[in-house]
Write a protein that binds this ligand. Structure first.
Ligand code: ACO
Length: 318
C-alpha cells in the first residue's frame, strides 16, 4: 500500500504590511473592533505587479528546499487559488514553467478558501495510486485585488500570501484521509460577482453576508472535524494540532471547543496574516513547522471553509 506524506513545507508573504491602524485611516473602523471581532491585527498585501504566481514560486521553492527535491524533479502540481494571474494558462502551469518541470500535469482549482484542501486531496490520490512521486500542492492568493478597500465589512478581513507542501510516497501515512464538500445553495452569501462568461462589473470585489457566513462556517467546520476523526476511528484526544483556516479567531475557537482542544494546541496566524483564502492553511502549517511547534510524527487536523460554500478537512501524520 502506498501513502503520501508531507516531505516539506514552505510559505511566502509579500513585504507590504497594512495594520489595523492603517485601515482606521481608510474606512470607518477601529483596531479594537477588528481585533475583538476577528483577531486580525495586520495583514500582508502584494505590491503593484506582484502576482499570485510570484508569491507561489517563493513558497514552492521553500517547500522543495525543505524536502530536498529539485524544482525540475516535481512531477505533479495542484494549485489552489481564487485570484489567478491570467484567465489561462492556469497558475499551476505558470508555476511549472518557472520551476522548469516541463511536461508534468499542472492545474489550478478554484474553490475559494478550501482551494488548498481540494488540491491536497487530489494530489494525495495521485501519489497513492503511484502516478506522482513528487507532488507540489500550493495555495496562493492576491485577494487584495478583489477587495473593495472602501467597504469596512470586507476590507479588514482579506490579505495576500502563499503556502506549499511537497508530497512524496511513503510506506505509512502521511495523509490519512481528506474530506471535501460543497453546497452552491449558499452562493449569494459569499461571492465575487464578476467573470469572463458573465461579464466584468466596474469594480471586482468580494460580497459577503458576514454573520450568516460565520454561523454556517462554525456548523460545517464542526461537522467536518468530527467526520474526519470518525472516518479514521481516531479519538479527539489523539490530536496533537488543529491547523485551521485563518478567517476569524472566533470561528477557530469554536472549532477548537468542538474538539475539546486547548488553544495552545491550535495554530493561529490570523493576527499576522488575515484571511489569505487558499493560502491560509499551508501558511499556518509552514509557520508552525518552522518555529518547531509541529514535529515529525504528530497528528494534525487541517480544515478550511470558503465561498461556494466549499469546505474540506484532512487528517495528517506529519
Ligand atoms: N468596523 C467597525 N464596524 C463594523 C465593521 C468594521 N470593519 N464591519 C462591520 N461593522 C459593524 C456593522 O455595520 C454592524 O453595525 P450595526 O450593528 O450598527 O449594524 C456591526 O459592526 C456588527 O456587524 P456584524 O456583521 O454583525 O459583525 P460580526 O460580529 O458578525 O463580525 C465578521 C463580522 C467579522 C465579518 C464576521 O461575521 C465573520 O468573520 N464572518 C465570517 C467571514 C468568513 O469566515 N469568511 C469565510 C471565508 S472567506 C472566503 O472564502 C474568501
Amino acid at each position: 500500500m502506498i501513502y503520501s506524506r508531507i516531505a516539506g513545507t514552505g510559505s511566502h508573504l509579500p513585504e507590504k504590511v497594512i495594520s489595523n491602524f492603517d485601515l482606521e485611516k481608510m474606512v470607518d473602523t477601529s483596531d479594537e473592533w477588528i481585533r475583538s471581532r476577528t483577531g486580525i491585527e495586520r495583514r500582508h498585501v502584494a505590491a503593484d505587479g506582484e502576482t499570485t504566481v510570484d508569491l507561489a514560486e517563493h513558497a514552492a521553492r521553500r517547500a522543495l528546499d525543505a524536502a530536498g527535491v529539485r524544482p525540475e524533479d516535481v512531477d505533479f502540481i495542484a494549485f489552489g487559488t481564487t485570484t489567478p494571474d491570467l484567465v489561462f494558462p492556469n497558475c499551476g502551469t505558470l508555476l511549472q514553467r518557472r520551476l522548469g518541470c516541463r511536461g508534468v500535469p499542472a492545474f489550478s482549482v478554484e474553490t475559494a478558501c478550501a482551494g488548498f484542501m481540494y488540491a491536497l486531496s487530489i494530489a494525495d490520490k495521485y501519489v497513492r495510486c503511484g502516478e506522482a512521486q513528487r507532488a507540489l500542492v500550493v495555495g496562493s492568493e492576491t485577494l487584495s485585488r478583489i477587495t473593495d478597500w472602501s467597504d469596512r465589512g470586507t476590507a479588514v478581513l482579506f490579505a495576500d500570501g502563499a503556502g506549499a507542501v511537497l508530497l512524496e510516497p511513503a510506506a505509512a501515512p502521511g495523509v490519512l484521509s481528506t474530506h471535501l464538500h460543497s453546497d452552491g445553495v449558499y452562493k449569494d452569501l459569499l461571492y465575487c460577482g464578476s467573470g469572463v462568461s458573465s461579464g466584468f462589473a466596474d469594480k471586482l470585489a468580494i460580497s459577503m453576508a458576514g454573520s450568516e457566513v460565520f454561523k454556517i462556517a462554525v456548523t460545517k467546520l464542526g461537522q467536518a472535524v468530527e467526520e474526519t476523526l470518525a472516518a479514521n476511528g481516531v479519538d479527539r484526544t489523539a490530536l496533537d494540532w488543529l491547523v485551521p483556516h485563518q478567517a476569524n479567531i472566533r470561528i477557530i475557537e469554536a472549532t477548537a471547543r468542538r474538539l475539546d482542544l486547548p488553544m495552545r494546541r491550535v495554530i493561529v496566524t490570523v493576527q499576522e496574516h488575515g484571511n489569505t483564502s487558499a493560502a491560509s492553511v499551508p501558511l499556518a502549517l509552514d509557520v508552525a513547522v518552522r518555529d518547531g511547534r509541529i514535529k515529525r510524527g504528530e497528528l494534525l487536523l487541517l480544515e478550511a471553509f470558503g465561498g461556494g460554500f466549499t469546505w474540506g478537512s484532512a487528517l495528517v501524520r506529519y
